[in-house]
Design a protein around this ligand. Structure first.
Ligand code: URA
Length: 266
């Protein structure tokens, strides 16, 4: 096969879209300049010192086991610091094996608004903070449009680790993290919740409809350990708005009803 006519930038873009968005070797290898056999040998003869120490063997947990373990660990957390430590030492979600960092939360834990997205992306995984990549920047602009910034909101996700290649989270991964997310909400006890994106809205509201139907409406969120239901709004995910700018009008409507609700708070 000849690689001469391949545009390197296109090839790189394709690799990133396929999920190969991390460099794993210290030195770049020009795989177009070597034969197939050499390419295989280049990786096969990599000196052992450049390789990461092998992780200890882990027996995968049954999906329901992950959720059972996180329920006990989450219930024992008396404050956000303890919850963060409990998530950090939780072994029941395999995503932690491929992620670089735990992404717990950002913003002001005493704010009226708690925003829950889906899962960290590449930038969030690198920095250990939610919504700091391209969709986070749009999120900041959306918040600014209604007079809010990160000091007025508390932000987290329904998953604490990045799914490899930004694939969709599995039901088992969402279920394993859910007790932590519910405890997170109970400890913050915000006055308003915002679920951004279909995965977050469906999981947190326990609904089957997609975000097209769920968005722009208020729901009562009833979670464990809450003194009363919390009003919750479902909105489009900023990543979707970046791909579908025609939906920004609907997103603006949702932002305005959020602003109106906040203005009504006593
Ligand atoms: N998308 C999310 O849902 N969460 C993040 O933190 C980043 C991107």
């Amino acid at each position: 096969m000849s690689f001469e006519n391949i545009d390197p930038l296109e090839a790189l873009r394709w690799s990133v879209e396929m999920g190969a968005d991390e460099a794993i070797g210290d030195q770049p290898v020009d795989r177009y300049a070597v034969s197939d056999i050499e390419a295989v040998q280049t990786s096969a003869v990599e000196p052992p010192k450049q390789r990461e120490a092998p992780r200890p063997e882990r027996v995968p947990l049954a999906p329901s086991q992950g959720a059972a373990d996180s329920r006990a660990a989450a219930a024992a957390a008396r404050n956000l610091e303890e919850l963060r430590a409990a998530v950090g030492s939780f072994e029941g979600c395999a995503l932690r094996e491929t992620a670089t960092n735990l992404v717990f939360a950002d913003g002001n834990a005493s704010a009226d608004v708690m925003i829950l997205g889906e899962a960290p992306g590449a930038e969030e995984d690198r920095k250990g903070l939610p919504f700091v990549g391209a969709s986070g920047q749009l999120m900041d602009r959306m918040l600014a449009a209604i007079g809010l910034d990160r000091s007025h909101v508390y932000i987290s996700n329904i998953l604490f680790w990045r799914p490899p290649g930004n694939r969709n989270p599995t039901t088992a991964e969402v279920a394993a993290c859910m007790p932590f997310v519910q405890r997170h909400i109970a400890l913050v006890n915000p006055r308003v919740l915002v679920f951004v994106g279909g995965a977050s809205a469906k999981a947190m509201l326990d609904r089957k409809e997609g975000i097209m139907r769920l968005r722009g409406k208020w729901y009562d969120y009833h979670g464990p350990d809450l003194p009363e239901a919390i009003p919750a709004l479902a909105m489009f995910h900023p990543a979707y708005l970046l791909r579908s700018p025609g939906q920004k009008r609907a997103a603006w409507h949702d932002l305005l009803i959020l602003r109106a609700r906040l203005d009504e708070l006593p």
